[in-house]
Design a binder for this molecule. Sequence first.
Ligand SMILES: [Zn+2]
Length: 274
Amino acid sequence: MGNALIHSISGSAVVASLLVAGCSGTGSGKLSGQGAAYNGGSIVGGPRQHYALGSQRSKAIRVTPNRTYQNVSVTAPAPVPLKLPTSLLAEVRVHKDYLPRSARGRRGQSSMRPRYITIHSTQNWSRGADSWRHSLALKGSKLGSLSWHYTVDENGAVQHLPTNITGRHADLNGPGNKYSIGIEMCEHRGNSRTRTVDRTAKLAAYLMYKYDIPLTKVVPHYHWPRRGMSPAHKNCPHFLLDNGRPGRKWRGFQAKVKKYHDLITIQGPAYASR
Ligand SMILES: [Zn+2]
């Protein structure tokens, strides 16, 4: 399937545009107040409050034997999340298409235990520049040494790297690269931004669950200062920032992520026993 898509993609023109448009690189953003501190998010009720799973394991309830039914034990129905994490992940429709070890984007990488999730947008408006096209460019070393973990578009997502190794998408040799999973959102012509953002929120929520990452550590690329570059804080993902920095739009995205994370972590009512 991937091959069919990839082969249907023509062209050096778009690949060339990828070279200049990748959000993770040196592109400049129009940003005022560069260098201003950003605390990584302001949604209340953050990190661990949603992690109730560990304390709510099901327990077998012994029913006192009586004369009629001796030694009968009944296991209470386990509380279940409103949605299974695997169901949420299935909705994202992730296809794995890893960079080969020979690709430039995989050179010099190290192992990682993810502590953050960094959200980007591709700033690539070329026709057809979807997640598969970016995968093709990364695999063909068309984006220099850049690499990240997922690219999301309106129809699905492609995973380019395992989440236990580092990418190069945020801040040169900084903590954004060393400790975060990088997710790029496509913005080519005809791609639904709403659906892409929604899918990205689902993916971020699943990764929060999987790696025990709090909402405050789901951050825009802006969060990571890039040493020696101007502006240090990139206007990325530009359409989720207000005047180049996190504000109302970013809080809206955080709320969306939280909504999906709650779905897979907050326990629903147990199924009634019959
Ligand atoms: Zn970025």
